[in-house]
Design a protein. Structure first.
Length: 583
């Protein structure tokens, strides 16, 4: 429920605080005073598009702040929490919207900056706005179908949910079937290429890391003499040539150094430790010399082995050129290709399974569609009766609403029906589609009658919490007794939920629980009171609640344009008294 809206520098409104009470709140005022700016501010709070042109001339930005009670709307409270906002301890949340005269707008929810779309997400749970543009939407078949579905109740909604789920699955399956059938040739060619590649890999039978090992072997066998000479020189330097005359080498030099230190080790422990380390070096040098000697003995030319290694590398190269840079890459490709081939070969089985499931869903959709049509037809008769009864109270006693449910040319996610609202304007008149056969005033009353019927069905059928209904001059084109009945119906709706109405009719305003008056006056512009400042005078709009004699004066003004007219005041008092009795 809306509790308050604060507006700064929006249109003609410099600063206004609009309290919104429970029940029926009406907003009145002279033409051009800025009544619709209040609704413009509400639209901004509900995620509406921001227009920099609405910023008050001379101001850098417009600010709209609203406080909404969400204790009875857990979904909204959860969305606030998801957005990082905070619901106050009293169960209210603050929504803030700033519109810059130059630049982008900003939105805040529960103290946290959020995208404009977040406000639009929660708007449907909070507020339903009806104006001339909303009446135009009521003229479309899709909106009429939505209204009938809402009237039909929770069991109907469950049928629709099941139908939509089945429709969604069926649509996805059909897309998969079309893809498999369309790409059958392409899939067959891909499978054949994969088979050829896997056969080649299987024939060569590469081993992990085999190319690296063969490359090293080729390098060794191709440079046997150079390797032998280098190894022999290293061996002679370390251990000497046993066949030649004894000569100085690393083993002999280290051993001589060790013996020299050991001869005096008893005199200085430090030299003893160094002697031990030299002994260790001697052992290592001896091991190295032995390994080099073995390497030289094993190293021999192997032309056949070299040729075989080159041939194997060439064979592996045919694979790496096609399926990867290394043998390991080739093996990875083969693994993935095997899985892909299984998927491609399974295409026929999946196609048959998908077609079978699609046919099963077609039967399910037929069953659900028939049930939905029957449910809509029952609801159509009930809605037509309820709205026709309401129209009698809105000075359209000879009028009636006809709700037709017909078979659509093509089914959709909503079912197989086309819903059409038609209006019989008076007894004997033909039924004409609501979008063509109703004037603006008639459409306003029909829409109000539908809203009352929908709200009554929702509360009586489910006890659900309804959104706040906002009507922007829904009484346009209405007068006399019909205007009184419009006010009565709005008051009836307000017993079930919060209703806010912008109106120019005293007959409607008299039924309000709270009446707010939008007034305009001239205020001095920036300056010091000089003539120049007077020349820059601006229009200032304010909003105030009227009660008692002030309210009588406002109703008298709305009736005759003369708030001090005794006759108008008596009529205003009569309206107030009759509105209380009429409830």
């Amino acid at each position: 429920m809306l509790e308050e809206i604060a507006i700064e520098n929006l249109g003609v409104i410099r600063s206004a605080r609009v309290p919104v009470g429970a029940g029926l709140t009406v907003i009145t005022g002279e033409t051009g005073a800025g009544k619709t700016m209040v609704l413009t501010g509400l639209g901004l709070l509900m995620g509406g598009k921001a227009d920099p042109a609405t910023v008050r001339p001379g101001a850098s930005s417009a600010v709209v702040e609203g406080r909404v009670r969400v204790t009875d709307r857990p979904a909204v409270a959860q969305r606030v929490d998801d957005a990082g906002g905070q619901v106050d301890d009293d169960g209210t949340v603050v929504i803030l919207r700033t519109v810059a005269a130059e630049g982008r707008s900003r939105a805040h929810l529960g103290g946290r900056s959020v995208p404009q779309g977040v406000l639009a997400e929660i708007a449907d749970d909070l507020v339903t706005v009806h104006g001339q543009s909303d009446q135009l939407r009521l003229r479309t078949a899709s909106r009429q179908r939505v209204a009938l579905d809402a009237f039909a109740g929770p069991s109907h909604a469950e049928l629709l949910a099941q139908y939509r789920d089945a429709w969604t699955e069926r649509t996805a399956l059909q897309a998969e079937i079309d893809d498999i059938e369309t790409r059958a040739g392409e899939r067959a060619r891909e499978a054949e290429l994969l088979r050829l590649g896997l056969a080649e890999v299987e024939r060569v039978a590469p081993q992990p890391g085999e190319d690296v090992e063969l490359t090293a072997l080729v390098a060794r066998l191709g440079n046997v003499e150079e390797l032998r000479v280098a190894a022999q020189l290293a061996h002679d330097a370390v251990a000497g040539d046993e066949a030649a005359e004894p000569q100085e080498n690393a083993v002999v030099s280290v051993d001589r150094a060790r013996r020299a230190l050991e001869s005096v080790a008893g005199t200085d422990p430090a030299l003893a430790r160094l002697a031990e380390r030299l002994a260790e070096v001697g052992y290592v040098l001896a091991d190295v010399a032995t390994e080099i000697s073995g390497y030289v003995e094993d190293l021999a030319a192997d032309p056949a082995g070299l040729e075989s290694a080159h041939a194997r590398l060439a064979e592996l190269g045919t694979l790496t050129r096609s399926y990867g840079e290394t043998v390991d890459d080739v093996l990875a490709w083969a693994s993935d290709a095997g899985l892909r081939l299984l998927d491609l070969d399974d295409g026929g089985e999946r196609l048959h399974a998908s077609i079978a499931r699609r046919d099963e869903l077609d039967g399910e959709l037929d069953r659900l569609g028939t049930a939905i049509t029957a449910s809509r037809e029952r609801a159509a008769a009930e809605l037509a009766t309820a709205v026709t009864d309401e129209l009698r109270g809105l000075a359209m006693g000879g009028a009636s609403l006809v709700v037709d449910v017909e078979r659509a040319e093509e089914p959709g996610p909503w079912g197989v029906d086309v819903v059409t609202f038609s209006l019989v304007a008076h007894a004997g008149a033909p039924a004409r589609p609501l979008g063509k056969g109703a004037s603006g005033g008639e459409l306003s009353r029909v829409m109000l009658a539908i809203e009352v019927a929908l709200a009554t069905a929702a509360v009586d059928g489910t006890g659900q919490v309804l959104p706040t209904f906002v009507f922007d001059e829904v009484d346009a084109g209405v007068g006399g007794k019909a205007a009184v009945e419009v006010g009565r119906r709005l008051a009836s709706l307000a017993r079930r939920t919060q209703v806010v109405v912008v109106t120019h009719l005293a007959q409607v305003a008299a039924f309000a629980d709270v009446q707010l008056v939008v007034t305009k006056s001239s205020g001095a512009g920036p300056g010091d009171g000089s003539d120049a400042a007077d020349a820059s005078a601006v229009t200032v709009t304010g909003v105030r609640e009227v009660t008692g004699d002030e309210r009588v004066r406002e109703l008298a003004r709305m009736l005759s344009g003369q708030e001090d007219s005794d006759a108008a005041r008596r009529h205003a008092v009569e309206l107030l008294e009759s509105s209380v009795v009429g409830r």
